[in-house]
Design a protein around this ligand. Sequence first.
Ligand code: FAD
Ligand code: SF4
Ligand code: SF4
Ligand code: SF4
Length: 460
Amino acid sequence: MTKTLPRLPFDVVKDQLCVRCGACFDLCPKSLIRPDKQLYPAFSKHDKAKCNGCGLCMRACPSNVDFKKLYMECFGRITAPHDIAGVLKNVYVGYSANPEIRYMASSGGVVTELLLFLLKEGFIDQALVCGVDAKNPLRPNSYLAKTAKDIIDAAQSKYSVAPQMNLLGEIIRSEAKTAIVGLPCQIHAFRKMESHSKKRTANVKLVIGLVCHRTLEIDALPKMLEVSDIKPDTVKKAEYRSGKTWPGSVHVFLKNGQKKLLIQDYKNAFNYLRMFYSPQRCLTCIDFTAELSDLSVMDPWFRDESGNYPYSHATVVFTRNNKAEYYLGRAVANGNLHIEELAKNVKIKSDLVLPQEIIERSQLKYFTKLKKRIIPARIKRYQKAGKPYPVYHVDFPPPSLKDRISEHIDSMTRLPGRWEWSRDLGMRIAFSKFGNKLMRLRNDYKTGKAKFQSRIRKQS
Ligand SMILES: Cc1cc2nc3c(=O)[nH]c(=O)nc-3n(C[C@H](O)[C@H](O)[C@H](O)COP(=O)(O)OP(=O)(O)OC[C@H]3O[C@@H](n4cnc5c(N)ncnc54)[C@H](O)[C@@H]3O)c2cc1C
Ligand code: SF4
Ligand code: SF4
Ligand code: SF4
């Protein structure tokens, strides 16, 4: 435990524990807290004097989350500390039955289509989504979508810090039936709030979690434009997952009607960007699969025997409770979504544990190592060094030597992101012809590795 827990959002920021979820912005009864340029909570000197230290703004703050308590409240049981995916009912893969939604979304458009169905059928009156700021299209903008158009406008992942929970207060105050879409840390904020008052949050009908190994600083997109010689004020819209190819390309749409390609393969771009633009706080986050959501969604990054992705333009869905099963089932029965049990297709058993084969073939590092071994090892190191760290109330066993070494290596790979000059240099290399070549080589290596592993699997 930290010796003194942060008392106010500004202490959380100072200790580098702020995920910029935005929850505190709207929870202050005196409206003293506003986002600064980097979307951290801030208040003016004048407003600081008005703060009476009541602490209401900290009620939902994910810098200190009691996982055990929240797990019990959500699911009636806890999982083992190293359990990678949390409580599961079932694992599916699916996509929107509407090709327009399916191909414009990040993965298979399950989130957008499910929200559209829930709104149309009256299960919800609004959904908390993340679109882009109309005035500054390079910035995310969270809002309560009340129409089908609002929901569709927010489709696609914004790989950026987004203070999604700045509308938490408004959701609580309203009686409107609401679905929440959020990253794991944003969902921590909601569940903390729910834990304070189940009655006041009873209007939240479904919590959809986006699997997240980390997000990017808001400066990442402007830098991509800079190294591609595109002026930010000429941009109307930016998309990380654009076009009919999968997983999609990073494109910008200019005000003059032109469409410019920044990078061919989104996944490769992200692999570079996370080196330079990972927020410090993501390096101490232990939740990959949005464990406290009702339903989590992710990309089907697993490869088949030939090294290709067998599912493209599709979303993997984890249901965690009966509520999620019910809403998903209704949307499928109504013809809005096509889904299949992943178990049937990749010959695996999908019970209450995440199928081993998915783990082996999909984002292996994040599932098995990063969030449940490497990051706990980092938290332990911070604890020993007297550095602030987020409190999760999870009893991780002492890290092994291998985990500690991996943690140091992982920390070193983040070094290029620490200084402006190294970020600039790195980004210029990544977005050059040479960088593109490196990305293609990396892809070929991954395809070859998947083929080789599948051959070994068959032989054994
Ligand atoms: C920052 C980030 C990191 C991610 N990391 C991974 C990962 O490591 N592995 C993986 O498999 N999947 C990851 N995902 C999830 C993946 O990108 C897709 O969002 C998911 O598969 C759902 O796809 P879909 O087509 O069903 O969603 P869509 O139909 O495209 O809908 C996406 C929904 O997400 C909401 N949204 C978009 N950006 C944000 C944001 N920044 N904060 C909160 N809500 C947002 C939108 O409001 C929209 O409703 C990440 C997503 C984000 C935003
Ligand atoms: S402590 Fe109370 S008054 Fe001060 S910022 Fe937080 S909620 Fe507002
Ligand atoms: S509530 Fe969210 S935005 Fe506010 S200090 Fe905590 S983590 Fe940061
Ligand atoms: S890695 Fe964790 S802290 Fe960072 S954006 Fe994702 S859920 Fe939030």
